[in-house]
Design a protein around this ligand. Structure first.
Ligand SMILES: NC(=O)c1ccc[n+]([C@@H]2O[C@H](COP(=O)([O-])OP(=O)(O)OC[C@H]3O[C@@H](n4cnc5c(N)ncnc54)[C@H](OP(=O)(O)O)[C@@H]3O)[C@@H](O)[C@H]2O)c1
Length: 216
Protein backbone atom coordinates (compact mmCIF):
# COMPACT_ATOMS: atom_id res chain seq x y z
CA UNK A 1 0.00 0.00 0.00
CA UNK A 2 1.31 3.45 -0.90
CA UNK A 3 1.30 5.80 2.09
CA UNK A 4 3.07 8.97 3.24
CA UNK A 5 5.93 8.75 5.70
CA UNK A 6 4.48 9.49 9.13
CA UNK A 7 5.86 11.50 12.03
CA UNK A 8 3.91 11.53 15.28
CA UNK A 9 4.34 14.57 17.50
CA UNK A 10 3.62 14.20 21.19
CA UNK A 11 3.64 16.96 23.79
CA UNK A 12 3.30 15.50 27.25
CA UNK A 13 4.03 15.75 30.93
CA UNK A 14 6.76 13.54 32.41
CA UNK A 15 4.10 10.92 33.07
CA UNK A 16 2.89 10.90 29.46
CA UNK A 17 -0.32 12.92 29.87
CA UNK A 18 -1.67 15.29 27.20
CA UNK A 19 -4.59 16.91 29.01
CA UNK A 20 -6.43 17.00 32.34
CA UNK A 21 -9.32 14.58 32.82
CA UNK A 22 -11.61 17.45 31.75
CA UNK A 23 -9.63 17.99 28.53
CA UNK A 24 -7.61 21.13 29.38
CA UNK A 25 -4.37 20.88 27.43
CA UNK A 26 -3.14 24.38 26.64
CA UNK A 27 -0.29 24.53 27.19
CA UNK A 28 1.53 21.43 28.40
CA UNK A 29 4.91 22.34 26.89
CA UNK A 30 6.86 25.60 26.77
CA UNK A 31 6.86 28.30 24.10
CA UNK A 32 10.25 27.20 22.71
CA UNK A 33 8.94 23.67 22.18
CA UNK A 34 5.91 25.05 20.37
CA UNK A 35 8.18 27.09 18.08
CA UNK A 36 10.03 23.91 17.13
CA UNK A 37 6.69 22.28 16.40
CA UNK A 38 6.05 25.07 13.89
CA UNK A 39 9.43 24.34 12.29
CA UNK A 40 8.55 20.65 12.10
CA UNK A 41 5.19 21.50 10.49
CA UNK A 42 7.04 23.44 7.80
CA UNK A 43 9.03 20.31 6.90
CA UNK A 44 5.95 18.21 6.10
CA UNK A 45 3.46 18.16 3.24
CA UNK A 46 0.52 17.96 5.63
CA UNK A 47 -0.45 18.21 9.30
CA UNK A 48 -3.19 15.89 10.58
CA UNK A 49 -5.44 15.91 13.67
CA UNK A 50 -8.46 13.95 14.85
CA UNK A 51 -11.85 15.65 14.94
CA UNK A 52 -11.91 15.84 18.76
CA UNK A 53 -8.76 17.99 18.73
CA UNK A 54 -10.28 20.16 16.01
CA UNK A 55 -13.48 20.57 18.08
CA UNK A 56 -11.78 21.17 21.45
CA UNK A 57 -8.83 23.36 20.44
CA UNK A 58 -10.04 24.99 17.19
CA UNK A 59 -6.41 24.96 15.96
CA UNK A 60 -5.00 26.76 12.93
CA UNK A 61 -2.26 24.20 12.29
CA UNK A 62 -0.24 26.76 10.37
CA UNK A 63 3.45 27.59 10.43
CA UNK A 64 3.73 30.83 12.37
CA UNK A 65 7.37 31.82 12.69
CA UNK A 66 9.00 35.24 12.45
CA UNK A 67 10.28 35.92 8.91
CA UNK A 68 8.94 32.57 7.62
CA UNK A 69 8.27 32.80 3.91
CA UNK A 70 7.91 29.15 2.96
CA UNK A 71 4.68 27.35 2.10
CA UNK A 72 2.02 26.11 4.48
CA UNK A 73 1.35 22.38 4.90
CA UNK A 74 -2.13 21.12 4.02
CA UNK A 75 -4.32 20.72 7.11
CA UNK A 76 -6.12 17.42 7.40
CA UNK A 77 -8.84 16.33 9.84
CA UNK A 78 -9.94 12.72 10.30
CA UNK A 79 -13.67 13.24 10.75
CA UNK A 80 -15.79 10.17 10.00
CA UNK A 81 -19.15 11.89 10.52
CA UNK A 82 -18.37 15.35 9.09
CA UNK A 83 -18.63 17.18 12.43
CA UNK A 84 -16.05 19.90 11.72
CA UNK A 85 -17.93 23.18 12.26
CA UNK A 86 -18.26 25.72 9.47
CA UNK A 87 -17.19 28.34 12.04
CA UNK A 88 -13.86 26.61 12.81
CA UNK A 89 -10.61 28.34 11.93
CA UNK A 90 -9.69 25.41 9.69
CA UNK A 91 -12.81 25.95 7.57
CA UNK A 92 -12.79 29.75 7.74
CA UNK A 93 -9.25 29.89 6.33
CA UNK A 94 -9.57 27.01 3.85
CA UNK A 95 -9.62 29.39 0.88
CA UNK A 96 -6.11 30.55 1.73
CA UNK A 97 -4.56 27.45 3.27
CA UNK A 98 -5.91 24.10 2.10
CA UNK A 99 -8.06 22.16 4.59
CA UNK A 100 -8.93 18.57 3.77
CA UNK A 101 -11.48 16.48 5.66
CA UNK A 102 -11.12 12.72 5.46
CA UNK A 103 -14.61 11.37 6.04
CA UNK A 104 -16.91 8.44 5.41
CA UNK A 105 -19.87 10.64 4.53
CA UNK A 106 -20.57 13.68 2.36
CA UNK A 107 -19.58 17.10 3.66
CA UNK A 108 -22.35 19.73 3.79
CA UNK A 109 -22.52 21.91 0.70
CA UNK A 110 -21.42 24.97 2.71
CA UNK A 111 -18.14 23.26 3.55
CA UNK A 112 -17.41 22.57 -0.09
CA UNK A 113 -18.37 26.18 -0.89
CA UNK A 114 -15.79 27.25 1.72
CA UNK A 115 -13.29 25.27 -0.39
CA UNK A 116 -12.76 22.47 2.09
CA UNK A 117 -11.63 19.40 0.18
CA UNK A 118 -13.57 16.23 0.90
CA UNK A 119 -11.69 12.94 0.84
CA UNK A 120 -14.34 10.27 1.14
CA UNK A 121 -13.14 6.80 2.14
CA UNK A 122 -14.80 3.60 3.37
CA UNK A 123 -15.39 3.11 7.10
CA UNK A 124 -13.90 0.45 9.34
CA UNK A 125 -15.43 -0.08 12.79
CA UNK A 126 -17.59 3.02 12.13
CA UNK A 127 -14.53 5.22 11.61
CA UNK A 128 -12.37 6.37 8.73
CA UNK A 129 -10.47 3.34 7.43
CA UNK A 130 -6.84 4.34 8.04
CA UNK A 131 -5.45 2.26 5.16
CA UNK A 132 -7.87 3.82 2.70
CA UNK A 133 -7.20 7.29 4.12
CA UNK A 134 -3.44 6.99 3.81
CA UNK A 135 -3.68 5.58 0.30
CA UNK A 136 -5.96 8.47 -0.72
CA UNK A 137 -3.55 11.01 0.80
CA UNK A 138 -0.59 9.42 -1.03
CA UNK A 139 -2.57 9.55 -4.28
CA UNK A 140 -3.31 13.23 -3.60
CA UNK A 141 0.44 13.90 -3.43
CA UNK A 142 1.08 13.84 0.34
CA UNK A 143 4.48 12.26 0.87
CA UNK A 144 5.09 13.32 4.48
CA UNK A 145 2.48 13.58 7.21
CA UNK A 146 2.91 15.24 10.62
CA UNK A 147 0.37 13.93 13.11
CA UNK A 148 -0.46 16.29 15.97
CA UNK A 149 -2.98 14.28 17.93
CA UNK A 150 -4.92 13.77 19.94
CA UNK A 151 -4.43 10.58 21.91
CA UNK A 152 -7.06 8.54 20.06
CA UNK A 153 -5.47 9.30 16.70
CA UNK A 154 -1.95 8.70 18.02
CA UNK A 155 -3.05 5.31 19.36
CA UNK A 156 -4.80 4.36 16.11
CA UNK A 157 -1.73 5.12 14.00
CA UNK A 158 0.59 3.33 16.41
CA UNK A 159 -1.63 0.24 16.54
CA UNK A 160 -1.77 0.14 12.76
CA UNK A 161 2.04 0.19 12.68
CA UNK A 162 2.20 3.43 10.68
CA UNK A 163 4.37 5.59 12.93
CA UNK A 164 7.81 5.91 11.33
CA UNK A 165 9.12 8.63 13.59
CA UNK A 166 8.32 10.24 16.94
CA UNK A 167 8.97 13.84 17.95
CA UNK A 168 8.31 13.86 21.68
CA UNK A 169 8.28 17.05 23.77
CA UNK A 170 8.25 16.41 27.49
CA UNK A 171 7.59 19.06 30.11
CA UNK A 172 8.95 18.68 33.66
CA UNK A 173 5.45 18.24 35.10
CA UNK A 174 3.21 15.45 36.34
CA UNK A 175 -0.57 15.34 35.84
CA UNK A 176 -1.35 11.91 37.28
CA UNK A 177 -3.23 8.82 36.27
CA UNK A 178 -6.65 10.49 36.09
CA UNK A 179 -5.40 12.82 33.32
CA UNK A 180 -5.56 11.79 29.64
CA UNK A 181 -2.80 9.46 28.49
CA UNK A 182 -0.91 10.22 25.31
CA UNK A 183 -1.37 6.64 24.12
CA UNK A 184 -4.48 4.57 24.83
CA UNK A 185 -4.92 0.81 25.05
CA UNK A 186 -2.70 -1.27 22.79
CA UNK A 187 -3.69 -4.69 24.18
CA UNK A 188 -0.09 -5.80 24.53
CA UNK A 189 0.27 -9.07 26.43
CA UNK A 190 3.97 -9.80 26.08
CA UNK A 191 6.92 -7.45 26.24
CA UNK A 192 8.05 -8.85 22.89
CA UNK A 193 5.02 -7.06 21.39
CA UNK A 194 6.09 -3.63 22.63
CA UNK A 195 6.63 -0.94 20.03
CA UNK A 196 10.34 -0.22 20.07
CA UNK A 197 12.00 2.93 18.81
CA UNK A 198 15.59 3.97 18.32
CA UNK A 199 16.50 7.34 19.77
CA UNK A 200 18.00 9.69 17.20
CA UNK A 201 18.48 12.85 19.26
CA UNK A 202 17.76 14.49 22.60
CA UNK A 203 17.82 18.20 23.19
CA UNK A 204 16.90 20.50 26.06
CA UNK A 205 14.41 23.14 24.90
CA UNK A 206 13.73 25.71 27.59
CA UNK A 207 12.43 23.67 30.52
CA UNK A 208 11.37 20.79 28.23
CA UNK A 209 13.16 17.85 26.68
CA UNK A 210 12.76 17.15 22.94
CA UNK A 211 13.41 13.56 21.92
CA UNK A 212 13.38 12.23 18.35
CA UNK A 213 12.94 8.53 17.63
CA UNK A 214 12.53 6.27 14.62
CA UNK A 215 10.84 2.89 14.59
CA UNK A 216 13.41 0.14 15.26
N1 LIG B 1 -0.56 17.50 24.06
C1 LIG B 1 -0.72 17.19 22.80
O1 LIG B 1 0.24 16.85 22.08
C2 LIG B 1 -2.09 17.25 22.20
C3 LIG B 1 -2.20 17.29 20.83
C4 LIG B 1 -3.47 17.31 20.27
C5 LIG B 1 -4.59 17.27 21.09
N2 LIG B 1 -4.45 17.26 22.42
C6 LIG B 1 -5.65 17.18 23.29
O2 LIG B 1 -6.24 15.91 23.08
C7 LIG B 1 -7.66 16.00 23.26
C8 LIG B 1 -8.38 15.44 22.01
O3 LIG B 1 -7.85 14.20 21.71
P1 LIG B 1 -8.72 12.87 21.65
O4 LIG B 1 -7.79 11.74 21.87
O5 LIG B 1 -9.92 13.01 22.54
O6 LIG B 1 -9.29 12.88 20.17
P2 LIG B 1 -8.56 13.00 18.74
O7 LIG B 1 -7.46 11.99 18.65
O8 LIG B 1 -8.25 14.41 18.45
O9 LIG B 1 -9.75 12.61 17.76
C9 LIG B 1 -10.30 11.31 17.83
C10 LIG B 1 -11.43 11.17 16.85
O10 LIG B 1 -10.92 11.06 15.51
C11 LIG B 1 -11.91 10.41 14.74
N3 LIG B 1 -11.37 9.36 13.89
C12 LIG B 1 -11.65 9.23 12.56
N4 LIG B 1 -11.08 8.14 12.07
C13 LIG B 1 -10.42 7.54 13.09
C14 LIG B 1 -9.66 6.35 13.20
N5 LIG B 1 -9.44 5.55 12.16
N6 LIG B 1 -9.13 6.02 14.39
C15 LIG B 1 -9.32 6.81 15.46
N7 LIG B 1 -10.05 7.95 15.43
C16 LIG B 1 -10.61 8.32 14.25
C17 LIG B 1 -12.92 9.78 15.73
O11 LIG B 1 -14.13 10.56 15.70
P3 LIG B 1 -15.25 10.19 14.60
O12 LIG B 1 -15.59 8.76 14.86
O13 LIG B 1 -16.33 11.16 14.82
O14 LIG B 1 -14.57 10.38 13.28
C18 LIG B 1 -12.24 9.93 17.06
O15 LIG B 1 -13.12 10.06 18.14
C19 LIG B 1 -7.96 17.46 23.44
O16 LIG B 1 -8.11 17.69 24.82
C20 LIG B 1 -6.73 18.13 22.91
O17 LIG B 1 -6.54 19.40 23.50
C21 LIG B 1 -3.23 17.25 23.01
Amino acid sequence: MARPSITLKLATTLDGRIATAGGVSRWITCEDSRRIVHELRSMHDAVLVGIETALKDDPELTVRLPDYEGGQPRRIVLDSRARLPLSSKLVQTARVIPTWVVTTTDLPREMLAAQVRQIKVPSKHQRVDLDAALEALATAGIESLFIEGGGVIATAFLRAGYVDRLEWFRAPTILGGDARPVIGHLNIENLSQMYRFTRLAVQAVGDDLWESYELS
